[in-house]
Design a protein around this ligand. Structure first.
Ligand SMILES: NC(=O)c1ccc[n+]([C@@H]2O[C@H](COP(=O)([O-])OP(=O)(O)OC[C@H]3O[C@@H](n4cnc5c(N)ncnc54)[C@H](OP(=O)(O)O)[C@@H]3O)[C@@H](O)[C@H]2O)c1
Length: 409
């Protein structure tokens, strides 16, 4: 049984997201992270260690015979973060999940298949897990057990993504906004005004780029942020105040700033129209809204605002969650197959020395035990005998391997 596969994890399910950072290894760069992980591995005598930190979880995956009791977990997190306050340490048993053997494998499969995510179906977790594994492997923190666990985790998670619709429908406001834009049939050379260059518009810009929109003018108070988006899209960056004197017209406006008052007033909108009368697409992703309420009734437009997108996101997330049942059934087949795979690998490892041992028996027979008799043989008899021995050697090596495969089925 894969009883040595163990996990200590803290996730969004057991603590507030803002507290997860307390259990993460703080490291200014990857060299420091490597050193800290090596120190953890050494201090707790862990044969294999994998570290995964994302915005909704931190996971320490180990292959170890050790018992992970409360004393171990407390000492472990004091090593991770020496500044953890005593009251936080006292509550560790309620916050940290400790999983062993089949339970650990099950959890890992569910994490990779994004069934345990805050936003179910976010495929990027699988990439994050693979990157974490590759990094820890490159740093010499993992070995053959982890290789096997991760390899089969990836296979199981891919099956979930391929055979269910868990990640099908978009749930982020940015991707839903672009989905609406695409539905409207806006051509990729349409003139787009992007107002604001914060995190949300950066995400929107990535989707615009993906769908080949390129005629984009970005307005922002800090022009360097507007420039970063414009560079990605091959567009233009202008300061926020240039909006009131902009004379080139537009087909679509995407507004998303942290302004407390509406910034797209009726007069500014009229000036931006430059006399054009065809309906425009206006996307307002800000809370509170950046577009004055009167604008959408005063001018012909397809108005897309954040509340509508949030409803869509909610419906799509509910759809993804309904796929969880199907995903669990699928995953259960992979989970129950894992102990046999683990056992088979352990036997293979135990038998790794067999080929060399059989070859040594053959060489000893030829060069020591029967050396004198062999010398009396003519060359064709000697050649036949050597071919027979080589044949026997190969067949003998195959016998225990076959027995292992059949015995672990
Ligand atoms: N983050 C989310 O998940 C999310 C999702 C949906 C909607 N929203 C909404 O989107 C809006 C922006 O969020 P964000 O996450 O992109 O914020 P952010 O990364 O903090 O960026 C804020 C942006 O707004 C600009 N800005 C702030 N105050 C302004 C003002 N008075 N006049 C003009 N520009 C101003 C900033 O310009 P400078 O760069 O010059 O400071 C920056 O471009 C908020 O209303 C938020 O509620 C956020």
């Amino acid at each position: 049984m894969p009883g040595q596969v163990k996990i200590i994890t803290i996730t969004h399910k057991h603590t507030n997201l803002k507290h997860i950072g307390e259990y993460v290894i703080k490291a200014a760069d990857s060299a420091v992270l490597k050193e800290r992980l090596e120190a953890l591995k050494l201090r707790f005598d862990l044969p294999e260690l994998l570290y995964l930190a994302t915005c909704n979880r931190v996971m320490y995956l180990m292959v170890t015979p050790q018992t992970l009791d409360d004393t171990f977990v407390s000492a472990f997190f004091q090593e991770v973060n020496s500044e953890l306050p005593a009251d936080v340490l006292a509550h560790l048993p309620e916050v940290a999940q400790v999983l062993e053997g089949q339970k650990a494998v099950e959890h890992l499969y569910e994490v990779a298949a994004s069934m345990d995510s805050l936003v179910v179906g976010e495929r990027q977790i699988l990439g994050q897990l693979r990157d974490a594994y590759e990094q820890c492997k490159a740093w010499g923190l993992t070995g053959d057990g982890m290789r096997l666990v991760i390899q089969h985790t990836v296979v199981a998670a891919k099956a979930v993504y391929a055979q269910t619709r868990i990640g099908d429908k978009p749930v982020s406001v940015a991707s839903l906004a672009i989905q609406q834009l695409l539905k409207s049939g806006l051509p990729t050379d349409a003139r787009i005004l992007m107002i604001g260059a914060g995190q949300t518009n950066m995400l929107v810009a990535k989707f615009l780029h993906k769908h080949h929109f390129h005629h984009v003018t970005v307005f922002n108070r800090s022009v360097d942020k507007a420039q970063a988006i414009a560079d990605m899209l091959g567009g233009r960056a202008l300061p926020f105040h240039a909006l009131s004197s902009y004379t080139e017209g537009f087909d679509c406006m995407i507004v998303c700033t942290g302004a407390a008052e509406p910034i797209i007033t009726e007069s500014l909108y009229a000036s931006l129209l430059q006399g054009e009368t065809d309906p425009k697409i206006v996307i307002d992703l800000a809370i509170p809204h950046n577009v004055t309420p009167g604008v959408s009734s005063a001018f012909p437009m397809h108005y897309i605002e954040i509340e509508g997108l949030r409803h869509l996101a909610h419906d799509n997330l509910a759809f993804r969650k309904r796929e969880l049942h199907k995903a669990r059934i699928l995953l259960s087949e992979h989970i129950s197959a894992f102990p046999a795979l683990w056992r088979q690998r352990q036997m293979e490892l135990a038998m790794q020395s067999i080929p060399a041992e059989i070859k040594a028996v053959k060489d000893k027979a030829l060069h020591e035990v029967f050396r004198k008799e062999i010398e009396t043989l003519d060359s064709s008899s000697r050649e036949l005998m050597e071919r027979m021995l080589t044949y026997m050697e190969k067949k003998c090596i195959g016998i225990p391997m076959k027995a292992v495969r059949e015995g672990t089925r």
